[in-house]
Design a protein around this ligand. Sequence first.
Ligand SMILES: [Zn+2]
Length: 250
Amino acid sequence: MSRHDRRTTLKRRVAAVAEDWLGRALPDAERWTRASLVRCRGPYCLRCGHSSPQRYSVREGCPVCIDRRGVLDGVCRVGRYRGGCAQLVLALKFRRWWELARPLGSRLAWSVRAERGADCLRGAVVVPVPMPLIRRWRRGIDHAALIGREVASAGGAAYYAAMWRSRGAGQAGAARSTRLRASSHGWHLHLKAPSRLRGREVVLVDDVLTTGRTARIASRLLKQAGATSVTLAVVAVTDQSPDIGYKIEG
Ligand SMILES: [Zn+2]
């Protein structure tokens, strides 16, 4: 073996060891997502996202939401917020493992298409639930926006970060911006360009649905802007809350 061949062989070996080492240090996001979701999927209520008491998904409502009117036109989810599914959300959100957004977003797009129709994302607008700027800066990641982009990309939909969120009184602004602003418990949601949503079907994307308060307010705002329907798409839904997404709306 010539000197050149020995050097090439050595280079290949070093590359293989480095790849192996990096492969262990950075586990594959797709594989980890697949393994983590095994026990977290299951039938659910397509109206409120709560796990279904039946062995199949229910469309007409479950005991949690059957008697309630809501501003959301449906909820799609990947799984319930527990075990591996919760770990995925926490790893994306707090450990900034942004590579998880792609496998989670593609699975969420699959759920939306499975429940709302194969072509439902074409022509729709994907809008992420906004995060306060200060929190975005502290965390260094906007997980809902990342997942939203992947949902839009996987489903052939448009992506538009239509809302922003502020704290405090926020009284500055004209009458029109006041009309297109919704408030709750010291924070406000604002719409950027309502005309881009008029007559469009909107898929509102977030990571976890807990009380559903933010989703309700965002949905009301989007409909004021002219959205024909608002479907909430979330990675996970907690089953503890009895109020998910469907409290009485005026
Ligand atoms: Zn329900």
